[in-house]
Ligand binder design. Structure first.
Ligand code: KMH
Ligand code: ZN
Length: 333
């Protein structure tokens, strides 16, 4: 595994499919989402993949509601805000393109049509290329969602015809175990990773009971993780998920066990009010002389590799190490 990079954990807390009656812990209001996001950030998430609901808790792509959500997440957390452009299977292509009007840091971009249980999640080529070009125009970083191996071929075609994405780096998410998509097992994970574009980073998530095999396989193969109630409503056999944060906590614990601790988010989490200054404040610490290559530094600080570069492009100097977006080379492993 090159450089044993730290683990970027994405939380997908809501999705468009589950409802509160089946999953009482599902965050469906803005205040529930912010509470969840803060808890997940503390637990080790750096990115949030967001679907929102309307006042009746139905999935919606209402742009002003999305913009309010982006603003509230930026104000309340340091997480990278990735809006879903997948929405619900019933959403129109026009409303899915309009998601970018809410100006998120990042968005999902699914690379092909897939059967989705009894439904069809439609992503024909003309829509994919329109959405991709819009992400380039608006400088919104796409995460390429791959539900099946054929979608990797479409990703290659997209890059060949339209060039690199906003931010310059390709990051994918393997969504495995959807009924109709690729199975959530380690053999399929390895097959998909083998055909990703050279230099791409990737995360993986397994739907339902495939969550753990996919997570363990991804950690072993150098990938990053996505977890959350969009993908998994059961923590263990017969035990519903009580909070999204417990899924993040478990992912973070496994990442630490794998010697690949979670990457912190790129922006500082908005702090609680600072305590009053002590009467004799200690002398300011000397600036660290440590370099990115200092082996005494934990991998989670400098070891983020390409994902770190991508994160740095999105916002402020990376909170974990203070490396500015202009000195990206310093954080490579
Ligand atoms: N809700 C699914 C139909 C995405 O967010 O980009 C699509 C989905 C993918 O969740
Ligand atoms: Zn989604």
């Amino acid at each position: 595994m090159p450089g044993s990079p730290a683990t970027l954990i994405t939380v997908a807390p809501t999705g468009a499919e589950a409802d509160k009656s089946a999953a009482p812990a599902l965050p469906v209001t803005l205040s529930e989402l912010i509470v969840t996001a803060k808890e997940c950030e503390v637990a080790g998430a750096a990115v949030i993949h967001v679907h929102i609901r309307d006042e009746a808790a139905r999935p919606t792509l209402d742009v002003s509601r999305l913009a309010d959500t982006v603003a509230a997440l930026r104000e309340g957390t340091g997480l990278i805000v990735q809006l879903s452009t997948g929405g619900a299977v019933t959403d129109s292509f026009a409303s899915r393109l309009a998601v970018l009007d809410a100006a998120p840091d990042a968005c999902s971009l699914t690379c092909g049509t897939v059967n989705f249980g009894d439904d069809v999640f439609a992503n024909p080529w003309p829509f994919i290329k329109d959405l991709y070009q819009l992400t380039q125009e608006r400088q919104v970083v796409p995460e390429f969602e791959l539900f099946d191996l054929g979608q990797v071929a479409t990703l290659h075609r997209l890059l060949a015809e339209f060039g690199p994405p906003a931010g310059g780096h390709v990051h994918c998410d393997l969504v495995m175990g959807v009924p109709g998509g690729m199975p959530g097992d380690v053999a399929t994970l390895a097959a998909a990773v083998a055909v990703l574009p050279a230099g791409a980073t990737w995360s993986a998530t397994g739907i339902g009971r495939t969550a753990l095999p996919v997570m363990l396989g991804a950690l072993g193969a150098g990938g990053h993780l996505r977890v959350g109630m969009e993908d998994t409503l059961t923590f263990a056999r017969g035990r519903p998920v009580a909070r999204n944060a417990e899924l993040v906590e478990r992912a973070a614990e496994l990442a630490r066990l794998a010697q690949r601790p979670p990457c912190p988010p790129p922006r500082p989490a908005p702090s609680s009010p600072s305590p009053p200054a002590p009467p004799n404040p200690p002398a300011p610490a000397k600036p660290s002389k440590k370099s990115a290559n200092d082996p005494s530094l934990p991998a989670g600080v400098y070891g983020c590799g390409n994902v770190h570069q991508r994160v740095c492009r999105l916002s402020q100097p990376y909170i974990g190490c203070g490396v500015s977006p202009l000195s990206r080379g310093a954080c490579e492993v």
